[in-house]
Design a protein around this ligand. Structure first.
Ligand code: 5GP
Length: 253
C-alpha cells in the first residue's frame, strides 16, 4: 500500500497530501500540549472529538456564508480540507477577560469586556506566539491592511455565530483563536478560515456553574479533559454518546 506524504506535523494535528491537487487530509491527534509544549499528555479520544466539533462549527459557519477550508469528514480522526497558504497569525477574539489578557493587564478573570476585542499573535512556537500590533503585521508583510480588515470582519462574524451557538447550549464563549489562509482562484485571492475550531482553541465556561469545558482543564489540572470535551459535544448534539472512553469489559460473577 502506498504511504501518504506527510506535509506537516503540529502539536495536535498532522497534514497529509490529499487525494486531489489543492486538498490535504487533516488528522486530529490525541496529544494535548500546553505552555508551548512544556506540558504534554495523550488524552484518549480527544482527536475524535475535535474532528467532529471542528466539522460542526466549520459547517455551520459555511452555512452563514463564511468560507472555510473544510470539505468533508473522512473518518473518525480525519477530514478533507482545502490546502491554503496559511497566514502566520493567530487571530484571537475575546468577549471576557481571561488567560493571557487577564494576566498581562492584571484584570480579574471573568470580567466582561465592553465589546469583543480582536488581537493578533505571530505564529512562532520558538518565540511563544508573541502578541503583535497591526503595524508590525503590515510593515513586515505578513498580511496587507485590506487582508487585516477582512480578517477582523470575518473574525467578528465567527464570534457572533459561535457565541450564539454556545449560548443556546448554556455555554459562554469567553475567547477563541482562529487562523486564516489564502486560496487563489485564477488571479484572485480569497481569505478562508483554516486550521480548526474546537475546545482546544476556545475558552468555554458553563453559564450556570462556571465549569470550564476547554483546554484550560488540562492546562490547570482541573479534571478530565475528555469528559469536558464530551460534554460540549453532547450538548451540541454532535456526539450524543461518550465516544472517548472505550467501554471496558465488565466482570460477571
Ligand atoms: P490566551 O492568549 O488567553 O492564552 O488565549 C486566548 C484564546 O486563544 C484561548 O481560547 C486559547 O485557547 C486560544 N489560543 C491561544 N494560543 C493558542 C495556540 O497556540 N493554540 C491553540 N489551540 N489555541 C490557542
Amino acid at each position: 500500500m502506498a504511504r501518504r506524504k506527510k506535509i506537516y506535523e503540529g502539536k495536535a494535528k498532522i497534514l497529509y497530501e490529499g487525494p486531489e491537487p489543492g486538498t490535504f487530509v487533516q488528522y486530529f491527534k490525541d496529544d494535548a500540549t500546553a505552555f508551548n509544549a512544556e506540558k504534554m499528555e495523550v488524552i484518549d479520544g480527544k482527536g475524535v472529538l475535535n474532528n467532529r466539533l471542528s466539522e460542526f462549527f466549520m459547517t455551520g459557519l459555511a452555512n452563514i456564508g463564511i468560507p472555510t477550508h473544510f470539505l468533508k469528514r473522512l473518518n473518525m480522526r480525519e477530514q478533507l480540507i482545502r490546502s491554503v497558504e496559511i497566514i502566520p497569525l493567530e487571530v484571537i477574539v475575546r468577549n471576557i477577560a481571561a488567560g493571557s489578557m487577564a494576566k498581562r493587564l492584571g484584570m480579574e478573570e471573568g470580567t466582561a469586556l465592553p465589546r469583543p476585542i480582536v488581537e493578533f499573535s505571530y505564529k512562532d512556537d520558538k518565540l511563544g506566539d508573541p502578541l503583535v500590533p497591526e503595524e508590525y503585521i503590515i510593515a513586515l508583510g505578513w498580511a496587507s491592511q485590506q487582508e487585516l480588515d477582512d480578517i477582523v470582519a470575518l473574525a467578528l462574524r465567527v464570534n457572533d455565530f459561535m457565541s450564539g451557538v454556545m449560548y443556546g447550549v448554556g455555554i459562554q464563549l469567553v475567547d477563541f483563536k482562529i487562523e486564516f489562509g489564502r486560496v487563489w482562484e485564477g488571479d484572485f485571492m480569497r481569505l478562508i478560515l483554516a486550521d480548526e475550531i474546537s475546545p482546544d482553541s476556545c475558552r468555554l465556561w458553563d453559564m450556570k456553574s462556571g465549569r470550564k469545558l476547554d483546554k484550560d482543564v488540562f492546562r490547570h489540572d482541573l479534571g478530565d479533559l475528555a469528559d469536558a470535551y464530551t460534554e460540549v459535544a453532547r450538548r451540541l448534539g454532535v456526539m450524543p454518546t461518550n465516544a472517548t472512553h472505550a467501554v471496558k469489559p465488565t466482570l460477571i460473577n
